[in-house]
Design a protein around this ligand. Sequence first.
Ligand SMILES: [Mg+2]
Length: 119
Amino acid sequence: MAKILIVDDSVVSRKKLRSTLEAANHEIIGEACDGAEAFEKYEALQPDLVTLDITMPNVDGITVLKKIRENYPEARVVMITALGKGNKILEALNAGAKNYITKPYEDEQIINSVQEALE
Ligand SMILES: [Mg+2]
C-alpha cells in the first residue's frame, strides 16, 4: 500500500484513478488539478508516489515533474498521457519519471505501472 497524490486537470479522470487505486489498496492522500497545486501538495504531503497528467493548464505535467525531481530526487512519478505524445513521454522519462501509461488505459495497466514504480 502506498500513499499517492493524483494530479490531473479532469475531475472525471481523478475520480476514476482514485477508485481504481483505492481498490488496489492504495491510499489517496491528495489531489491536484494543475502543476502549481501539484508541487504545493507534494511538499505538504510527501507522497510515496504521484500520478501526473501531462496536459494541464497553467503549469503542465512535464514542468512540474522537473521541479519535483530537482527538489526531491527520490520522487516516484508515473506519467499519464494521451496517445501520440511520444516526444513528451521521452522528455518525462529523461526528467526522471519512473513509468508512464497512455489514455485510454485498463485498470490493470495503472495498477501495474504504479506497482512497478514502487519496487
Ligand atoms: Mg489533462
